[in-house]
Design a protein around this ligand. Sequence first.
Ligand code: ADP
Ligand code: MG
Length: 442
Amino acid sequence: MDVDNGSASSGFGIQQQQQAISSTNTTAAASSSDGKKLAHITNKRFADLQISSESKRALSQVFKYEYMTTVQAETLPIILANGGDRDCLAKAKTGTGKTLAFMIPTIEQIINYKKSSNNDNVNVLVISPTRELAQQIATETEKLLTFHNNSLRKVVTMVGGTNKNKDIKELRGKTPFVVATPGRLLDHLQNSNLAQRMSNLDVLIFDEADQLLDMGFRPDIERILRLLQPSKNTRQTLLFSATIPEQVNDIANIALRPNWAFVDTVGEESEQTHQHVQQQLMISSQQDIVRNLFSILDRETSSGPYKIIVFFTTARLVGFMSELFNSVSSQIGYKVLEIHSRKTQKAREKASEAFRKSSNAVMFTSDVTARGMDYPDVTFVLQVGLTDRSQYIHRLGRTARAGKVCLFFFSSFSTTGGYLGSLADSYAYLLLAFYTFLFTGW
Ligand code: ADP
Ligand code: MG
């Protein structure tokens, strides 16, 4: 059983409809530039691809990557073939290099087959579920464009929580790349001439499609697709997702041209998360949660470098806990970064950047960061409170590459000892067994 079994079975429609392109087992013992082994790296080199020398140069000199990941090796040839005449739905886990998998071929398409050189046209639109992820995609795109012609090197990010006039100003003049969250995009499509400027799109990308739909963006996405209808048959549309629940399948059927390809790399990847991540369950009574949190974090911050993410179920709780911990930061010896929807976009970006860069950090967050974000070297993930299956997996995935401990923290039972205490204990074990079986296929 693999991590994504539940959703894979709901995606059967795809398998029947399309020929599934299965994973090739070409995993080599290659290392990334920072010397860490990435299990999903193949032995296929970027240098051997039929792509522009400018992109190759950025990959080797800016990114310092030599070998492709599985999802890159499997999707790139399909997306690039015949001038990009096939749309693609790709399933690959978080942290396996999906951004470059869609952006490398996208850049090739607009260099080679741009439909219109009209100055006002937007060539590429990427839709991302969260603001942080949109920013990350834009940064990665800019890096990849380092050595390309100046006229290509403009990437505009349009996300909620920022000034709309700023978007309009930035969109002036030739804008080959736009990365946007659904709400803000729809706003501009309906209220400015953006729909017109996007009527000739070359490539449309949905990143983390499962999360877009989980977050309730389906009506927005359907509206966006209707507004982008003029380009449907001429553009290439790419859907990238960690899981393929029914809803993603539905959107694929609406958004993609009929001969689309399905690339599934999860079969091979699925062993990783649960092989390398230890999961523990702890029970705490409500009134002991704060005390237990302090002691767990004390343990995890006192043995070598630490990068810890603590998930809470609501933005309000994240705010409250952050304030509480930061009020005693001098006693506990660390400060807490916080990311949640009640923070301004600027503050969220700042915290995200600080967490990414620092070698010792604790971040309290709600689910905005659970998917897609790439935080290197996370040592520990703590989940406070129950969540649903897919969020659990994605939260767990935050440690997938670091391969460290993930603790699932359940808070509704009393552990005051006696009968109730032992009942709670056995319940905990049962629950742990159930969750690990259900979620990770142990
Ligand atoms: P995903 O979208 O699948 O979650 P990302 O695109 O965010 O994954 O990539 C995760 C990390 O892996 C990023 O830091 C990215 O730069 C890095 N990465 C991508 N491709 C490669 C590669 N071929 N070799 C080494 N690292 C890579
Ligand atoms: Mg991604």
